[in-house]
Design a protein around this ligand. Sequence first.
Ligand code: HEC
Ligand code: HEC
Ligand code: HEC
Length: 454
Amino acid sequence: MKTALAFFALSASMAAAQTFPDDLVERGRYVATASDCVACHTGPEDKPFGGNHRIASPVGDIWAGNITPSTTHGIGNYTEQQFADAVRRGIRADGANLYPAMPYTAFAKITDEDIHALYAYFMQGVAPIDEPSQQTTLEFPFNLRFSMIGWNLMFRDTAVHRDDPAKSAEWNRGAYLAEGPGHCSTCHTPRGMLMQEDGSLHLAGAQVGPWFAPNITSDKDAGIGSWQKDEIVAYLATGRAEGKSQAGGSMAEAVSHSFSKLTKDDLGAIATYIMDVPAIGGPARFGQGEAGNLTASFRGIESPDLSDPGKGAQIYSANCASCHGYDGQGTQDQYYPSLFHNSDTSGAGVNNFVAAVLNGVDRKTEEGHVFMPPFGTQPNAFNSLDDGQIALLANYAVAQFGDGQMTVAAEDVAMIRAGGPTSNMVRNVRILMAAAGVLVLIGTVVFLRRRKTA
Ligand code: HEC
Ligand code: HEC
Ligand code: HEC
């Protein structure tokens, strides 16, 4: 025991005493930016990497902790191997399993060199914060961290990225950044019954909380196959692809903290790779709609469920027209974007229309601050809209500016206001556990009977 303690103290002090060259630390900073570690590990107090960041999951709140080099409350005592295991395998220094809310499933692809650089950065380039972070406490059976061992056996792929010799260097760099550090698939790929990514629908679109991370495969209609390479680069760098789409919600955060800070070459590489992702079909989202004027809409548009488009038009003119224009064309410079030719006013994208109205848009890049006020967060504010009003507004917008393909009900708005659809995962796991229990019971009965007859 004593020797074990002495050994631990020694390795801890070794970890702290190590010094790394500045260029390695800088390289690590870039890998950390590409991986967006800061977005999840920084709480509302805005202390970088200090933890206290809550991630809502279907099984309860999971807290991302303090990963500063504090030896009392952070990861200052982590050796490089322990750090690598946490980031790429989801295993903490004390041997406990992490929940996949930490995207180790994607980070598994990060190369040894980049892990080494990341470690150098976290030990030497990040200021220690000696404050505790909130602890995760989930309900049974999810509080049993070892249950993740089974999940990992089924779903974790621990292979580090390898270049595909049949593809260009640029494509390979893009594949590495998108599938590894950039972890696009953790948001854009739909999940199966146990919340694992469904590999057969890679990047085909998934709901993440209130926002929908759309299909970004190369499909011309459902995906982004109609985008030019420079449009994808512009979207990642600034959060907007003119006449197509703007980044709100978690994509706005990813653009602000991470993608907008990558080199143009790296963004070009990501675009090259993303444009080559196999197409997966679905409803069209782009190019639909045209400028509309209110007079026509007051006369009525077919809207089977909510049959009062005039009201939607009024809500639009009172709350939205000042910025997005009376006929939805936006401003000349498109700082206020047009609402036609916009993926949010297609039936398939209208969830994000509702999410944008409820939560607004807030994005900071070198271009400046992009801001649309939220209309759903302060119930008594002058500009607050209730679920029914937002449903009327969304139906008006889809009918007037979009493809007219969908109607939104007040309940849909309530669901997005509450943070997105709830998952069946808790129920599924309970059913699986009950089924396993029944199997054990049947097995026991059969076994006892056999013994009786034997
Ligand atoms: C999408 C959100 C997210 C991102 C991005 C993310 N993390 Fe995490 N991380 C988490 C969560 C959540 C936990 C805690 C999981 C748990 O309690 O099981 C965690 C845990 C950890 C731990 C274990 C800390 C401990 O408790 O001892 C380390 C180390 C870590 N992350 C490092 C990183 C690094 C380095 C990066 C960037 C390369 C990163 N994380 C990016 C969400 C994230
Ligand atoms: C944290 C979750 C998250 C991550 C990580 C993420 N995205 Fe997104 N992405 C979203 C969401 C949500 C939207 C929808 C934003 C909106 O419309 O306001 C989106 C939108 C997009 C769009 C616009 C698509 C359209 O049709 O409107 C593109 C392109 C895109 N993401 C590419 C990427 C790439 C490439 C990566 C990885 C390098 C990535 N995203 C990583 C959540 C994410
Ligand atoms: C004060 C000006 C302002 C008002 C008022 C306003 N918006 Fe916006 N809206 C913006 C800005 C700025 C953006 C973000 C543009 C960008 O991302 O580049 C935006 C973006 C959007 C988007 C795209 C969001 C995304 O992430 O995909 C939709 C949809 C939208 N607004 C609808 C509305 C509706 C409906 C209303 C009325 C309830 C409204 N806006 C009111 C300024 C405004």
